[in-house]
Design a protein around this ligand. Sequence first.
Ligand SMILES: Nc1ncnc2c1ncn2[C@@H]1O[C@H](COP(=O)(O)OP(=O)(O)OP(=O)(O)O)[C@@H](O)[C@H]1O
Ligand SMILES: [Mg+2]
Length: 228
Amino acid sequence: MIAIEELSKSWAAGPVLRDVSLVVKEGDVTALVGPSGGGKSTLLRCLNGLELFDAGTISIAGHRLAEGGHPPALLERLRRDVGLVFQQFNLFPNMSVLENVALAPRSVARLPAEEARSRALALLERVGLGSFAAARPVTLSGGQQQRVAIARALAMQPRVMLFDEPTSALDPAMSAEVLDVIGDLARGGQTMLIVTHDHGFARRAANRVVELVAGRVVRQGSAADLLE
Ligand SMILES: Nc1ncnc2c1ncn2[C@@H]1O[C@H](COP(=O)(O)OP(=O)(O)OP(=O)(O)O)[C@@H](O)[C@H]1O
Ligand SMILES: [Mg+2]
């Protein structure tokens, strides 16, 4: 589902990704771990076409990315098939929770309003927030907002979900709610690549672990082996 081959990228200050190769198979849940500044977020952003790279190739959800720019039509298809959830939830504050989740199915996938609504409601139920459909995001806790952000990313029925430290802005109780939702997705067979500093969670939810240090993959293997 994801195959990265010898991906390299430098900022003006120097290399940030050095010959990174990794594979995430369909149904795999891979935790991407490693010290701050190691390039985890940069790698995730390259996978979604938000960031360009200098060398190597990415194949993700049936799309192929190479160095240089990506055509707009490719980016559009890529972002339908690859869901991304950040540390900051970035919900649209002027829309209800339901409208946040139904927006992309309506405007990008061009579903009829009623269908987009019912898909959004089903997803809100799935993340435990069915009763908050009409609420504004600002009235929700951080953990609830992050669960809405996950529902919003799932609304395009992506083949792969990418998470960048989805709980690092949350207190432990709220983190647990969000991690439960991600754990459910894992059990449901959703292919995911999750940047996390939470090794306990990685051990529970992930079957594979990749460790990135100073832009290089230093270890990868089964979660059971690497996180012991
Ligand atoms: N837009 C940018 N321009 C220049 N340098 C950047 C940019 N974004 C990130 N960097 C640098 O690239 C390196 C890797 O950053 P990145 O955010 O990918 O690391 P990370 O592994 O996600 O770290 P953390 O665990 O703290 O989130 C850092 O040295 C960072 O300062
Ligand atoms: Mg980061």
